[in-house]
Design a protein around this ligand. Structure first.
Ligand code: CA
Ligand code: CA
Ligand code: CA
Ligand code: CA
Length: 420
């Protein structure tokens, strides 16, 4: 029988440190949410191998307080951890039952029959799943303590990338309070751990991490068992998008926005915003981003049929994690003569107004054609520089699709018209 109740020692309550500001938390778990159940945790005890009648089990509680690295183990500090305790004695911190199977004539077993059953354990405590879509370059970090008995009574770190569990690494045994070896009579010492996430966990919709604990029932084993707290999965935030340039080009009465990126990291989408006063911007469209890219990507967005006036555009680049940044402002001016051909109302039933802009005085021919190419209406006028307006009676046209065409020396413009 080698079961030790652990005694609370004084320890300093700590706060968790994620690291430098450049790190963005992808997922975290401190086992303090949901009334102590662990807000992001999934299955507390999942059997993954041979189990005895009274196996050791994972608990989430403050009987082993989740303290900062370097702290000696303590209980009741108001900070839950996930730890391995005993079925026979219950949750008394990171302390397990390493006992033997009871043999006939075993004196201890006569007095403590509850301890005398097979404690063979092979369980895993599993997080709920979380997403790493669009993310790469991640690191897991947590504080933990582990002793036990070499490979016999041992904790490991696992992951599930979405299709099954993989043993990630066998966590090293930690030193005990004061830096010495664990004897079962000193508290464990909280120790920091960090490890890069393997590429297989990048850009996945359902990722889980887990801690395995297994022990045999050979009567040999030294507390602490295993405890863990303050788990953070973070990523270094490089520039989410490296812009190569953004510009707005005028095409007649429309804007063509073009931009390109040299690289993207976790980039979700581009939101195109427009303003006329420079104070208030409204979203006018979105363009899906590449996500992750290290090659040049080109993007474009058209904003057509603008009224005369000044326009400011900006492109908001949004990351999967909600971070965003704006391009510089892109300025465009639409003048009267840029509005080459505008027909309204459209659809129409009795009259249409045609607006057409000219950069110099020219003779204009305005015509309405059927879809089969038959000329239905024709109006000629001496066009002036700037905007010209003409009304045409279309009440005699049967419902359907037509084309309105403007002809002048400087070119032909055409637009679709629906008669209701
Ligand atoms: Ca905690
Ligand atoms: Ca903690
Ligand atoms: Ca281990
Ligand atoms: Ca053992």
């Amino acid at each position: 029988m080698n079961f030790l109740l652990r005694i609370s020692l004084s320890a300093v309550m700590g706060v968790c440190h994620v690291g430098a500001n450049a790190q963005i938390v992808v997922w975290s778990e401190d086992f303090d949410g949901n009334g102590g159940a662990g807000s992001n945790w999934g299955t507390l005890n999942s059997t993954i191998g041979v189990q005895g009648i009274t196996p050791n089990v994972f608990y989430i509680s403050d009987t082993e307080s989740g303290l900062t690295a370097g702290s000696c183990g303590a209980s009741g500090m108001g900070d839950n951890s996930l730890h391995v305790g005993s079925t026979t004695v219950g949750d008394v911190g990171a302390a397990y039952d390493a006992s033997v199977l009871c043999l006939p004539g075993c004196l201890v077993c006569d007095f403590f029959p509850a301890f005398c059953s097979d404690v063979t354990t092979n369980v895993r405590s599993e997080s709920a799943s979380f997403s790493t879509v669009g993310l790469s370059g991640m690191t897991i970090a947590f504080n933990y303590m582990e002793f036990g008995d070499l490979a016999n009574d041992n904790a490991q770190l696992w992951y599930n990338e979405g299709s099954g569990w993989t043993l990630w690494t066998d966590l090293a045994k930690t030193v005990c309070c004061g830096g010495g070896a664990c004897t079962g009579f000193v508290q464990g010492q909280w120790t920091s751990f960090s490890l890069a996430l393997p590429a297989v966990l990048e850009n996945k919709a359902n990722v889980q991490i887990g801690f395995g604990w297994q022990n045999n029932a050979d009567g040999t084993g030294t507390d602490p068992s295993f405890a863990v707290d303050d788990i953070f999965i973070t990523r270094i935030s490089p520039l989410p998008v490296e812009w190569l340039g953004a510009e707005v080009l005028k095409y007649e009465d429309g804007a063509i926005l073009k931009w390109s990126t040299a690289s993207e990291n976790g980039s979700d989408k581009f939101i195109i915003e427009r303003s006329q006063d420079g104070d208030f911007y409204t979203e006018i469209g979105q363009v899906k981003a590449a996500g992750n890219s290290s090659s040049t990507k080109h993007y474009a967005f058209n904003d057509l049929e603008l009224e005369e006036g000044n326009y400011l555009y900006r492109i908001k680049q949004l990351d999967f994690d909600g971070a965003f940044e704006y391009s510089k402002d892109l300025v465009l001016t639409i003048m009267e003569e840029d509005i080459k051909l505008r027909v309204y109302p459209n659809p129409a039933n009795d009259r249409i107004s045609i607006e057409c802009g000219l950069s110099q005085p020219e003779d204009l021919q305005l015509q309405v054609y059927s879809v089969s190419g038959k000329l239905m209406k024709s109006e000629g006028l001496a066009g002036q520089k700037g905007s010209n307006h003409v009304q045409i009676d279309v009440s005699d046209l049967s419902p359907g699709v037509y084309f309105v065409t403007k002809r002048s020396q400087s070119g032909i413009h055409s637009t679709r018209l629906v008669i209701q």
